[in-house]
Design a protein around this ligand. Sequence first.
Ligand SMILES: *[C@@H]1O[C@H](CO)[C@@H](O)[C@H](O)[C@H]1NC(C)=O
Ligand SMILES: *[C@@H]1O[C@H](CO)[C@@H](O)[C@H](O)[C@H]1NC(C)=O
Ligand SMILES: *[C@@H]1O[C@H](CO)[C@@H](O)[C@H](O)[C@H]1NC(C)=O
Ligand SMILES: *[C@@H]1O[C@H](CO)[C@@H](O)[C@H](O)[C@H]1NC(C)=O
Ligand SMILES: *[C@@H]1O[C@H](CO)[C@@H](O)[C@H](O)[C@H]1NC(C)=O
Ligand SMILES: *[C@@H]1O[C@H](CO)[C@@H](O)[C@H](O)[C@H]1NC(C)=O
Ligand SMILES: CC(=O)N[C@H]1CO[C@H](CO)[C@@H](O)[C@@H]1O
Length: 188
Amino acid sequence: MNMRLLIVTAAIVYTANCAIKCVQGTNGTAEATACATASETKCSGPKFVEYTGLSTGVNYACGACAGETAGVTCQECTGTDSTTGCNKAVETGADFKCYNWSYNSTSKAFQMSNTTTTCKRLKATALVCNMPNGTATTANYKRTSGCGNCTAADTHCEACTKDSCNKSSALRLAVVFVPLLALLVHLF
Ligand SMILES: *[C@@H]1O[C@H](CO)[C@@H](O)[C@H](O)[C@H]1NC(C)=O
Ligand SMILES: *[C@@H]1O[C@H](CO)[C@@H](O)[C@H](O)[C@H]1NC(C)=O
Ligand SMILES: *[C@@H]1O[C@H](CO)[C@@H](O)[C@H](O)[C@H]1NC(C)=O
Ligand SMILES: *[C@@H]1O[C@H](CO)[C@@H](O)[C@H](O)[C@H]1NC(C)=O
Ligand SMILES: *[C@@H]1O[C@H](CO)[C@@H](O)[C@H](O)[C@H]1NC(C)=O
Ligand SMILES: *[C@@H]1O[C@H](CO)[C@@H](O)[C@H](O)[C@H]1NC(C)=O
Ligand SMILES: CC(=O)N[C@H]1CO[C@H](CO)[C@@H](O)[C@@H]1O
């Protein structure tokens, strides 16, 4: 066998084995493994939406996002032969909680949800809750979730940066006044 033939043969063998590696499975825990189809160029997986979390029902897989336009619940990337996988599970920061606010058309005012919602974030993302301000209407506060920042469209919106911080001011006043009242009652 001459040298040139050897190189060509080696190149063919190399190309044949050169399938990209993607994380595969229902969760992102597995190491990336070689794709069954050698011509595959993309990996895909569930999309992480800031403050909402990972989309459900989308698998980690070889190939482009199936059945939908990439970017809604699924995201794709260009594969390599690294066992890390370009579609590896994202690193998240600690969950936090916020109250939702919804408009009550009977009382004509925004009211706070009785329970908090768990908010999800990426590792480097700040903790933020939002709430309508005192003069907000459905036209200028359109958020349905208290998790995350105010958007530019929500002009009558305030944000705060502590866990469960976006409580109603009525509740806050009660917290301040009850001990004060108790003190006054005690004094007189
Ligand atoms: C992820 O999926 C694998 C394979 O289905 C399973 O063995 C493993 O327990 C799962 N891990 C988690 C954290 O759900
Ligand atoms: C809306 O406000 C009315 C009047 O204050 C109250 O009776 C009703 O329970 C509120 N609705 C909800 C869903 O909280
Ligand atoms: C919170 O709970 C009260 C009492 O159970 C109820 O009247 C009110 O409608 C609830 N608020 C919301 C936003 O669901
Ligand atoms: C709510 O925000 C708007 C826009 O910044 C402002 O004009 C309005 O005074 C605010 N209302 C309250 C009660 O802070
Ligand atoms: C808050 O809003 C989010 C998004 O609309 C929803 O998924 C969640 O169930 C709500 N939580 C509460 C406590 O109402
Ligand atoms: C959201 O709010 C946080 C905390 O104030 C801030 O650090 C971050 O830049 C804001 N993000 C956007 C997209 O405005
Ligand atoms: C209880 C509490 O801290 N509520 C906060 C909710 O968010 C608004 C907007 O920043 C703050 O002003 C409130 O203090």
